[in-house]
Design a protein around this ligand. Structure first.
Ligand SMILES: Nc1ncnc2c1ncn2[C@@H]1O[C@H](COP(=O)(O)OP(=O)(O)OP(=O)(O)O)[C@@H](O)[C@H]1O
Length: 250
């Protein structure tokens, strides 16, 4: 199976500080689901930043979509970023746009015409329990509501890679499971999903998810999935009942 992301001996330091990530090597395979765990300060957000191309490594080689990311010219970055959905730890919603318009953003960027995006956006907002908050600006939403808008925005255009940083940190356990279902639905459609989380309960909820663990900037691979890529048959999960999922993810 051809990997979608490859890290070889990657290191990251901020400015002139010590390396916060050292000798990071792994492969991510299309359509696989990864959890990234580790103590606070271990480097999870930093690793995700490399994955969603917000940081360049200080050393090492990163390939993504068959391209050497380290030498990618700036003008090609936006095109690559559009293929990656991101749920930021601090949400990063566009403050002057409504919840509806934040969720619609990736579809508009992809050129979907207005009449075609109304239905999917409404349905996605409904699914994350925000149908009655579609017109609200982010500043008037709670932390958990903003997080749900951020997740709806990240998944709606079916990115090739989804990167989510503590995506259930602000919601109750029932909503966390519901949001995880969105990630699984997207994953079943072929998206490679990487979720950083402290929530040990979540880890047991996704069958065939692989663990990446960071300890003070070094990566370990408790399930062995990074060394021994999952075979296609490992992903031979009976299709979950798509009923109830937003149509954009069926
Ligand atoms: N912009 C920055 N400049 C300098 N140091 C940074 C920067 N961002 C993170 N660090 C440092 O890098 C290390 C890893 O931080 P990172 O945010 O990646 O950890 P984390 O595992 O995501 O933590 P948490 O679970 O608390 O979010 C920490 O020591 C942190 O202080």
């Amino acid at each position: 199976m051809q990997e979608i992301v490859t890290f070889d001996n990657v290191g990251l330091r901020y400015g002139t500080g010590n390396e916060v990530l050292s000798d990071i090597s792994f492969r991510l395979f299309p359509g696989s689901f990864y959890f990234l765990t580790g103590a606070s300060g271990a480097g999870k957000t930093s690793l995700l930043k490399l994955l969603y191309l917000a940081q360049r490594p200080s050393r090492g080689v990163i390939h993504m979509f068959d391209t050497d990311i380290v030498t990618l010219t700036r003008d090609r970055l936006p095109g690559f970023r559009r293929r990656i959905g991101v749920v930021f730890q601090d949400f990063r919603l566009v403050p002057h746009l409504s919840a509806f318009d934040n969720v619609a953003l990736p579809l508009r960027v992809a050129g979907v015409v207005e009449q075609d995006l109304q239905g999917p956006v409404r349905e996605m907002l409904d699914w994350v329990g925000l149908d009655d908050r579609a017109d609200a600006r982010p500043a008037t939403l709670s932390g958990g509501e903003q997080q749900r808008v951020a997740i709806a925005r990240a998944v709606i255009a079916r990115p090739e890679i989804l990167v989510a940083d503590e995506p259930t940190g602000n919601v109750d356990p029932d909503m966390a499971l519901r949001l995880l279902k969105l990630f699984e639905a997207l994953n079943r459609l072929g998206t490679t999903v990487v979720v950083a989380t402290h929530d040990v309960h979540l880890l047991s909820q996704v069958r065939d998810a692989h663990m990446m663990r960071l300890n003070r900037g070094a990566l370990s691979d408790p399930t062995g999935a990074l060394r021994n890529p999952p075979r296609p048959s490992d992903r031979d999960i009976p299709a979950a009942d798509p009923g109830g999922l937003p149509e954009a993810l069926q």
